[in-house]
Design a protein. Structure first.
Lengths: 236, 114
């Protein structure tokens, strides 16, 4: 990533290869490649031009923590970071903060991830899209001052089935990329919850009350305005 | 103690009709063979709590539930097997279905075949 200032960026962590958690090795998540493609499209549609992909051998804890560290350096004031994860989570026997996203070379503990997210500027808005088992658990572990939206494929105590396509991300894409524009975060929650089995229930969570009435995944209007201005200047 | 998810596999050996009674909202999946292996895919609408009558074409199906469930085969032939997610190292019969993580400890609900 360059030292450029960005208003929004996305980091996609795609476990499309064998990974390791706490005790065992996991096969590639079947949906991961399709999920990555859809998430890239979702972010592009939402106006997030800067997107970084960590997949294959690059899907490591070190690479993710470094990407988040760099994000803090290149984001402008009131920037937006979208972090997505598609893969396995190993729960283990400890507290939920010790569950790990399974990555190449070993898992990343949720508490460690939360610590790195907390180190981002306090005015950074975070959007976490978690397509994994115990997906909503990250919301319990967050410890920073940033406003956060969590879009999780299942509850903090639930597992999910490895499918060809992520049911969460397929619906998220239809919602965000709808021809008439996307509805609010509250509407997304209602849409997701109305069509899900109880044992694999998507979770939409935020610690910022104003986000419920705002679009689910969006770049602040200020940023969009800047992009339009730049584009207008270029075609003159 | 936390309720554990019970996974129930159905193999319809022939065209069959079953009555499935569940206590929570359940998704029935059909397992199909794809170039990337066996993959579950949603089969029909979600099943609301209570009894549902289902017509099953020959094939493999499965569902997961948090509550006790029962199955009554009205017509045809259906084999069933029950698993928890931690069975994934060998307990799941062919075709296998995988979860995206390990299973936390807990008490699984009961499943009965009438």
């Amino acid at each position: 990533m360059s030292a450029h200032q960005f208003d929004a960026l996305a980091i996609h962590l795609c476990a499309d290869t064998a990974t390791r958690g706490i005790r065992r090795q996991w096969p590639p998540a079947m949906a991961a490649p399709d999920t990555l493609r859809r998430l890239l499209q979702i972010c592009e549609h939402a106006g997030i031009a800067e997107q970084q992909i960590l997949r294959g051998d690059q899907a490591t804890s070190e690479a993710l923590l470094a990407a988040l560290h760099d994000a803090g350096d290149v984001l402008g004031v009131d920037g937006v970071v979208v972090l997505t994860f598609s893969g396995h989570t190993e729960r283990g026997d400890g507290p939920i903060a010790t569950a790990r996203w399974c990555l190449v070379g070993g898992g990343l503990e949720l508490s460690q991830l939360a610590g790195q997210l907390a180190a981002l500027p306090a005015t950074t808005s975070l959007i976490l899209v978690c397509d994994t088992c115990y997906a909503a658990a990250i919301a319990q572990v967050l410890c920073g001052p940033q406003p956060v939206v969590v879009l999780a494929s299942c509850g903090d105590d639930q597992t999910m089935i490895d499918r060809l396509r992520s049911e969460l991300v397929v619906r998220l894409e239809a919602f965000v990329c709808a021809p008439g524009g996307q509805d609010s975060l509250a509407a997304l929650r209602s849409r997701l919850e109305s069509d899900a089995p109880d044992c694999e229930r998507p979770v939409v969570w935020t610690n910022a009350a104003h986000r419920w009435s705002a679009p689910a995944i969006a770049v602040p209007p200020r940023t969009r305005g800047c992009m339009v201005e730049v584009f207008t200047a270029a075609i003159r | 103690m936390k309720k554990r998810t019970l996974q129930i596999s159905l193999h319809a050996r022939e065209s069959s009709v079953v009555e499935l009674t569940v206590g929570d909202r359940v998704q029935l999946d059909r397992i199909t063979e794809t170039p990337r292996g066996h993959a579950p895919e949603r089969h029909g609408d979600l099943l609301e709590p209570g009894m549902s009558t289902l017509a099953l074409a020959p094939g493999h199906y499965f569902f997961r539930t948090l509550s006790p469930a029962s199955l009554h085969v009205v017509r045809g032939g259906v084999d069933t097997s029950v698993h928890t997610a931690n069975d994934k190292d060998g307990g799941w019969p062919d075709p296998p279905v995988n979860t995206l993580g390990d299973d936390a400890p807990g008490e699984p609900p009961a499943f009965t075949v009438e």
